[in-house]
Design a protein around this ligand. Sequence first.
Ligand code: GPU
Length: 833
Amino acid sequence: MTETTPPNPRHRLSPLTCDAPGLRQSIRDALVRVVGKDPDLATPRDWLHAVSFAIRERIIERRVVTRRQFADEDVKRVYYLSMEYLIGRMLEANLRNMGILEVTQQALQDLGVDFREIARLEEDAALGNGGLGRLAACILESMATQGYPGYGYGIRYEYGMFQQHIEHFRQVEHPDNWLRFGNPWEFPRPEKTFPVRFYGYVVEHHQPDGETSCNWENGEEVLAMAYDYPTAGYERRNVNNLRLWAAKATRDFDLRYFNEGDYIRAVADKNESETISMVLYPNDATAIGKELRLKQEYFFVSASLQDIIDRHLQLEYPIDELADKAAIQLNDTHPAIAVAECMRLLLDEHRIPWDQAWTITRNLFSYTNHTLMPEALETWPVALMERVLPRHMGIIYRINHEFIEEVRHRFPGEHEFFRRLSIIDEDHGRRVRMAHLAVIGSHRVNGVAALHTSLLKQTLFADFNRVWPERFVNVTNGVTPRLWMIQANPGLTELIESRISSDWKFDLDRLKQFEPYASDDATREAFRAVKRRNKERLAALVHKRTGITIRSDVMYDVQIKRIHEYKRQLLKLLHVIELYQRIRDGEDVLPRVVLFAGKAAPGYQRAKDIIAVINEVADIVNHDPAMGDRLKCVFFPNYEVSSATIIIPAADLSEQISTAGFEASGTGNMKLALNGALTIGTLDGANIEIRDAVGTENIFIFGMTADEISAHRAQGIPPGAHLDSHPRLRSMVEALRDGFFSNGGRHLHAEIARYLLEEDPFFVLADYAAYSDACAQADRMYQDAEAWSEAALLNVARMSHFSIDRTVREYAQNIWNVVPEPVLPPCPEADTN
Ligand code: GPU
């Protein structure tokens, strides 16, 4: 795992010291020379920037060395293409992974600066919506940690995920101007630009050899300019690169100032071309369908592929060996246009014949699917695609033609089958199905949990599974223990460390050694003390953000994720209403804090209404003296990576209650269990694998299975019928309907009640009785502190399967065919000469 000295002098670090005095000097120097502040006048943010600039020098040096190592060693590279990276704050993560967190804290302390105080001033890099974007960030970190030559590609959005404020109980979106104070972690590469074309037309040239070649001419060009974000591996010297593209106007715009004489107009046009990378679309698991979104997708894909091919050629590899030297992963269909763009570059720019180009392309790409939900499946109107990307439309037609010919040969006469397989959907006004393009253009397609992959093969891709069964594989998601355990939960990390050797930090399989301590009284007690401190930390933050005071000696029951009907925040809210009514009825109820957090897509009215209803119910509950501190309901605003690291370690009960068959995997479920929360959940996504790992006695599973949901749907039972056998549920829904909890928004509550009674597309009422029983079961177990702690510790010890490192190794072995490079120790001091 480690060699003590770098084998090659080209891979040595320069003598930038990483001891406390050296760092102190660097930080002071950066404050004066880079930030430009007199230490006497420096604000906490100035210090944040100073320390970040001091570390920036050290991280980029390691990046330079890592790049050299890869270049010298003839490696196969992995390229991860994703529209989203939900990274969070970078300072602490970089310091920890570089192995210099403590020494930097010491250096700051010597300067009279409190690390915690300045670290929380850093804005989250929230260039993603939810699970899909966070997965991309975890995968990059793991590739760096394990020594894979991995590169991330994406968009440098000027505005990331909106900031959620709660005003009069409702979500209000504020723009996320995360670059406002500058960003010390990015390296702008103004020389690294690629032109990206839109619109125009295709001109065919007939070559003397009888072939036709195509030229895509005219149209508009924008430049994609690279910004690099070094990503450090944990306790390794390796630093990989995330390259994000920003749109810049081309020089043509400068010329237009002169030619058109309309200077103001020309500058306005220039601005418009730069809007491509302006803002992240805040939609989770829904296709967007806007021209600007298509342009964003093509913009970053084209720049990334040009860059990938450039690097390949610069390393002096022949173009026809592209797929031997690179693997490209498509994170959902958002970058699926890459299949057509790769063909275009190989055909038109590199003059490779079609068949050879197609073989390369297919071997190069693989595609991860993250949902089965029809509204998330991207399709573009043929007319739009023809206008924006005329050359690609032509290429897609030919890919489709050759594919259909191939299946026609293998499955003669099955016309309906061909129609269903076609990239072009002819039934909804001619649309390009991006998932079909991705499947046809990839050598592997994966789902993100066992159930999800099996449903993919049975439903969405059943036809393709008939054509190419070997193409579909499962790679269950994972999470990085560096952020989600070591950083988020120092107390638990220390407890584990005091019991077992620390190699679990590199290899989560070793966490199994912690298992016997679940039955050790002292360990259980220490675990409860850690939880308690984590709850106090969260309670302080809740108070600061909401003004609500919560106890730290009660069960913390959390549902933290995007707000979506299928995730069923309403199911949890009904349970809050049940507890409320029971306490009012004088019943003895286990005290608890119920905490919700999550954003709703700004255009998703139902989700926004759910937030409002949660807040209004919470307001009544929290102010009713009859509750006597036994029930508090909190909607924690602006859920983001940095708040997740505070909420997750404090949780006792993890709500994973989606309608079975709808949550592809979930990753919050893994983070919470790793931090010793017990899951209450349906047999959906990765919950099934979590149950298999932790044992059925250490998880609360309830509700209909995916198959039972399908059968239930077929029966067509009116949702309101579920009230007949459940008088309590009736009184709860009626309280909602009658506006008992409403604060002016009576209509809203009545509408939510009506929706449940008449529509309930995600079977909240049908699953309620089972859910309520499971909650009661959890409550009973919680009252036995020893039993609960044992189960919680077993959850922690049995989470090794859900390390992102295992996930990445499966991608590497089964999909990318790459091996990790040897990794060097972090080398706190410069290599000796
Ligand atoms: N997911 Br599609 C997103 O976060 N955003 C999306 O646009 C789509 C899927 C999620 C899935 O909902 C979740 O179940 C999964 O764990 C996650 O992707 C990562 O695979």
